[in-house]
Design a binder for this molecule. Sequence first.
Ligand code: N01
Length: 547
Amino acid sequence: MPDASHAPSSRELDVAIVGGGLGGLYAIHRLRGMGLKVRAYEAGSGVGGTWFWNRYPGARCDVESLEYSYSFSDELQQEWKWPERYGNQPEILQYINHVADRFDLRRDVQLDTRIVSALFDQKTGLWMLRTDKGEEVRARYCVMAAGNLSTPRVPDFKGIHDFKGKWYHSGLWPHEGVDFTGLRVGVVGTGSSGVQMIPLIARQAEHLTVFQRTANFSLPARNGPMEPERESRHKADYPARRRAAYDTPFAIGGYPKPTKSALEATEEERNAAYEAKWQEGGSISYLYAYTDLLVNKQANDTASEFVRNKIRGMVKDPVTAELLAPKDHPIGTKRLCLDTGYYETYNRANVTLVDVRSDPIAEITPTGLRTGKKEFELDAIVFATGFDAMTGALREIDIRTSDGAVLADKWAGGPLTYLGLMVAGFPNMFVVTGPGSPGVKTQMIASIEQHVDWIAGCLDHLHKQQLDRIEPAEQAESDWVGHVNAVADSTLYPLANSWYVGANIPGKPRVFMPYVGGFDRYKRRCDEVASSGYEGFTLSRRGVAVA
Ligand code: N01
């Protein structure tokens, strides 16, 4: 295993990769396979990114395991055995480690190393990255695979550092685990992480108090052991299933394409359709019940109300049920959660729900938490309060060029990219699944592979044309950003205060960051751009433009 303490103080590479998660690892494999000298820098002490850090109780993927996996090696996808319908965190991390060993990726990953700055020298056309250990890395190209949900955020609560108990964030969970037995525990946050951990913490804690600011929609995951027949059916047809998945908006296959509006069905038909999806489990399938659930408010109301009624049916106390039934956003416009026993947890005698929308958290006290009106004695607090999503990881790196461009300044009003892949003014820097791409709205590994393959194709093109520099034109970038916003505005997504618009970070500009036109449309556009000779990009050699 590479040892950072013996790292040289400077290094020359063809491609420097930031991040050793699913994106960084595939970039090593793909680009090294082209004969390029590459190295990935990973802040964690192990590979895996998201799945390395998010070890909270109940952490599990909400995309089925046969889908949420790499497709680049048929041997790998045939041989790997997923024990359950949805992979849990330890299994997914084990899978990622297996991939790192199987494809000999570790020798090009430098662990425990954070990239703190990246400077592009306009004269030499090289990136110079600096690590937190003082190492300098020079590379012609730079691939930012630093993650979209990799900058955990604990709200700036007054008094937090004087809390006498222990506090945790879902995305920085202790490796040795946490035993909540006999403790009075508070969980702040009811997004995907909160919804997954709450049922498990409730079973251990003496008392659990959940502090909810926004009620979230959640559907039953219906997880269970992998059915052998299902697995062999899927594997018999794996490559074709992957291709079919790429032809869908979420890059997830297996669901019939919806053919009609929810408003064309009778109420009875609709409820039967929603019930079938509810019983089947899974979130994409539910949102795919009709063509217009994410674009037509009236259509969406029918799907939202169905779930609200389910919540009212599951939660015995009517006041708690009403608090848990989301009313401030259409279903699916915030990330739709998948759970196992979430709503039923509020029927337990040792669980209390506190509405911190009407009575916000005022401070953390030495012995607990105080809202405007009430004080809660707690031994431990868990912040499931999310991340500085999509831009946080790049914002933490001081990215600039020798002619004075600073990425943080350029993105001060929201991220600007062309195709979510590159940024005008920052040549030879690629972003994997970043803002302006559909990554976070899809089966993420499909998006990672699509991006890295596109980057590989681009570097191959440059090499064959004896070029060494690519950057988007300002116009192409602003047209793309305009398109991303126009597509978002044609949907219901902007109606929600979600991390898609940075709403969870006080002061973050409200800009819709992911591309929600669908993976299928997006992939076609990226392929067209490449086959047209990189339309919208300027390609050059040592600064002399050729296209
Ligand atoms: O974070 P979130 P997450 N006072 O931002 C609340 C992926 N993921 O870690 O909605 C009180 O969704 C905040 O309230 P509000 C997935 O893409 C996937 O749960 O801002 N509350 C919200 O309830 C997901 O979307 C999986 O009003 C405060 C919560 O904290 C993304 O990661 C599992 C607060 C944060 O929810 C992020 O999910 C886990 C405050 N000051 C994560 N500040 C699976 O695949 C924030 N909150 C299953």
